[in-house]
Design a protein around this ligand. Structure first.
Ligand SMILES: Cc1cc2ncn([C@H]3O[C@H](COP(=O)(O)O)[C@@H](O)[C@H]3O)c2cc1C
Ligand SMILES: O=C(O)c1cccnc1
Length: 374
């Protein structure tokens, strides 16, 4: 079996016994039942992920920022020059990006993975050079990558997840860097959710309305072209279910990015090892759709750190039925929204470790006084 198939085969359903134990424990803690809202369900799910209640604290935690360039940059979908991808990689390595500041605050370590930056990067501590290609091809003109490149990039993500867990990390966090990458993100999200291109294509780093209209056209063109190359194409134009029903890796190779592929692998790798993966914004959302199409169970290991301002991100979260922990209208990427949510994940787990039960604290439970639970 190859690495991707092996990884998918290793993903287990959430542990029902541990989740029952967590629900039961929540009901005995010194707080009104359900008073921690969605945080309780998060603690339950993390118990299911770990197969234990309480689950381990999500520490140490590691952010992997997967960097890649995009041929579709040539279509004028972003005002930023492509070189900014490589320059930001240097900034991450120097500790000067927003994700570094947030990671220092949250106590997470940042690793940068060059899975497809267009230029050569000098070796540096904290940089993993796993370059599969010097960027993707322009998705309006042809497939972003070959099937082999897509597979290799997914494998890079699986291997990074494996190594970070082997190093002792108990929570993996997705990050991305790739100028123009909100365009293939929109294409992937339209393809996998069936939502309209107009509904999922946003303003990325910040573009004017004319550029936004062009970006929408570019995504339409890429999807129409991809449809003709995917098996099952019936010659007609129209919605995207046909794209969505094709083999996920084939769709990824047609319209995705190398960092999307690697993040999809990173998610699969985390899930296969029973470690939660905290998702960042729209790029991670698009990658999670690929991972979930490859292995539906992978979704259960994902925690949506935040909801970004990109409309496609909300669509991806809706499709995956993931509830974001925070919504600060951020639209940066890099892993920033996910790292910001890490203390919330820690709190969800800490409750199950540290909060006293009614019995142990000698606090009267209302159900004890009123057996019918009213
Ligand atoms: C200085 C800078 C830092 C960033 N950090 C993340 N991104 C984010 O913005 C890019 C995607 O947006 P678009 O599709 O509009 O180009 C990605 O590189 C993403 O990681 C940045 C973008 C810039 C310019
Ligand atoms: O929503 C995001 O994650 C995002 C938005 C713009 C640029 N990069 C990422």
């Amino acid at each position: 079996m190859d690495l991707i198939a092996e990884t998918i085969a290793a993903i287990r359903p959430l542990d029902e016994t541990a989740m029952r134990a967590a629900r039961d424990r929540h009901d005995r803690l010194t707080k009104p039942r359900g008073s921690l809202g969605a945080l309780e369900e998060l603690g339950v799910r993390l118990s299911g992920v770990a197969g234990a209640c309480p689950p381990p604290l999500p520490a140490p935690a590691a952010v992997a920022v997967f960097a890649g360039d995009h041929g579709v940059h040539a279509q004028g979908v972003t005002p930023w020059p492509q070189e900014v991808t490589a320059q930001m990689v240097q900034n991450f390595l120097a500790g000067g990006a927003v994700v570094n500041a947030f990671a220092r605050q949250a106590g997470a370590e940042v690793t940068v993975v060059d899975v497809g930056v267009a230029t050569e990067l000098p070796p540096a501590p904290g940089l993993l050079v796993r370059k599969v290609a010097n960027g993707t091809a322009d998705i309006t003109q042809g497939p972003a990558m070959t099937a082999d490149e897509a597979r290799r990039a997914v494998e890079v993500g699986i291997e990074v997840a494996r190594d970070l867990v082997a190093a002792g990390n108990r929570c993996l966090i997705t990050g991305d860097m790739g100028i123009a990458n909100t365009t293939p993100s929109a294409a992937l999200i339209a393809a996998f959710t069936g939502r309209s291109v107009e509904g999922v294509t946003g303003y990325g780093t910040g573009i004017d309305d004319i550029t936004h209209a062009r970006k929408i056209k570019v995504v339409h063109t890429a999807l129409a072209r991809a449809r003709t190359e995917l098996p099952g194409h019936d010659g007609s134009d129209g919605a995207d279910p046909r794209v969505a029903s094709a083999e996920p890796l084939a769709v990824l190779a047609q319209i995705g990015g190398l960092e999307h592929a690697a993040i999809a692998g990173f998610i699969l790798g985390a899930a296969a090892q029973g470690v939660p993966v905290l998702l960042d914004g729209v790029i991670a959302g698009a990658a999670a759709l690929v991972a979930a199409a490859l292995a539906r169970g992978a979704r259960d290991y994902c925690v949506a750190g935040h909801r970004s301002a990109e409309p496609g991100h909300a669509a991806a979260l809706w499709f995956l039925e993931l509830r974001p922990l925070i919504d600060l209208e951020m639209r940066l990427g890099e892993g920033t929204g996910a790292v910001l949510a890490l203390p919330i994940v820690s709190s969800a787990v800490r409750v199950l470790h540290e909060v006293a039960t009614f019995d142990s604290a000698g606090v009267a439970d209302k159900d004890a006084a009123s057996p019918d639970g009213t």
